[in-house]
Design a protein around this ligand. Structure first.
Ligand code: C5P
Length: 362
């Protein structure tokens, strides 16, 4: 049935492209093409995220921590190429030796679940063109996994309801579901419950990627150790600190919609994203990651010296980002940072509409 549809589509296309060919020769060519046809390769861009503020709450009984953060997708990406062919099994291909090729890879795990949920059969080949840092706090592995899910759906021409996709993504990792929403996203629970926020205008951003990886579980373990030995904050004090950020976000959001003039709206011509970060949000992971890796704190200071309106660690790091008033300011900062020996690149924050337009763009 599917083949019939494809043949009709190709014949119509051929008639339009090659009007001089006889119908017979068109069909001879077409039969050869179908005979040689290989499984469709679906390229998907897996865009990275940064965290605009992140508060770590109490440790839960399931071993996870309560979390409150605003995720924001940005313009840097890996490319995932998904093929579903006849046969069975899952194969991961990636030239980067740091990327696991077995079932410990999030792409592998989500591919298994997606194929099962779609009731499909086939051999899935996932090629990862790695451009984002590994263990960099930009959600690279999670974005790759969600791109794999979307690629398999497209390759099989089948889709799942959004609720099912969100459930599968959350089973594979806490910061996967955000990539099924894109743009500015509020993350609660362990970070897997995602609520779309109003789209901020695209904002100039510079990303500094120091040459170290930070393990997220280790950063959470270090956070717990410090809570017990240094800060001695009780669970209820941690909850209070989460509530503070929650209230700041509530105030910012409600003012955004109320029409009342306020600093958090960024003024008539202001950028509400810069207004939000100026309101004083920060990332709790900096308190455990900076003492362990002092150069990350230095990178944050270098971003501010280079003109960032706001700079922060993303997730548990090691990536730092800075937000800038203009693309020109961001590009001047990249030059300055590179001169000082940092690996820096300019990008933009990616609003939801831009995110979904570009995910499948070749
Ligand atoms: O959800 P994900 O698989 O990415 O989490 C990896 C690890 O990070 C978890 O096993 C847990 O140790 C830690 N984690 C946490 N609290 C969260 C998210 C992750 O403690 N909210």
């Amino acid at each position: 049935m599917q083949k019939t549809v494809e043949i009709t589509e190709v014949v119509v296309l051929r008639e339009w492209m090659e009007p001089d060919l006889t119908s017979a020769s068109r069909h001879v060519r077409l039969r050869a093409e179908i005979y040689n046809r290989r499984a469709m390769i679906v390229p998907v861009k897996s865009f990275a995220k940064i965290n605009l503020g992140l508060r770590i709450g109490p440790l839960r009984n399931d071993g996870f921590h309560e979390l409150l953060t605003v995720y924001q997708t940005i313009g840097l990406f890996d490319v995932i190429r998904v093929t579903v062919d006849r046969g069975s099994g899952i194969e991961i291909r990636c030239a980067d030796p740091r990327v696991p090729k077995d079932e410990s890879n999030t792409c592998f795990r989500i591919a298994e679940k997606t194929i099962a949920a779609l009731g499909a059969k086939g051999r899935v080949v996932i090629e990862i063109e790695k451009r984002l840092p590994v263990q960099g706090g930009l959600g690279g592995a999670s974005a790759d996994a969600v791109a794999t899910l979307l690629g398999i759906e497209r390759a099989l021409r089948k889709t799942m309801p959004q609720a099912e996709k969100l459930r599968i993504a959350a089973e594979v990792g806490s910061d996967l579901p955000l990539f099924l929403v894109g743009g500015a996203v509020l993350g609660v629970g362990r970070g897997e419950q995602v609520l779309p926020l109003p789209d901020f205008p695209s904002t100039a951003c510079v990303v500094v990627t120091p040459d170290i990886g930070v393990s997220t579980p280790k950063a959470f373990a270090e956070w717990d150790r410090r809570q017990q030995t240094c800060s001695k904050l009780t669970s209820s004090q941690l909850s209070d600190k989460m509530n503070e950020l929650g209230l700041d976000l509530s105030a910012w959001l409600s003012t955004l919609y109320s029409g009342a003039p306020s600093k958090v709206r960024g003024g008539r011509a202001g950028n509400p994203l810069l207004a939000l970060v100026r309101a004083g949000i920060d990332n709790d992971f900096e308190r455990v990651v900076f003492p362990e890796h002092p150069e990350l704190g230095e990178a944050k200071r270098a971003l501010v010296r280079a003109g960032a309106k706001y700079a922060s660690l993303s997730g548990s790091g090691s990536t730092l980002y800075g937000l800038f008033a203009s693309r020109e300011a961001a590009s001047a900062a990249v030059t300055k940072l590179r001169r000082a020996g940092w690996t820096a690149q300019a990008t933009i924050t990616l609003p939801r509409s831009g995110y979904w337009t570009r995910v499948f763009q070749g």
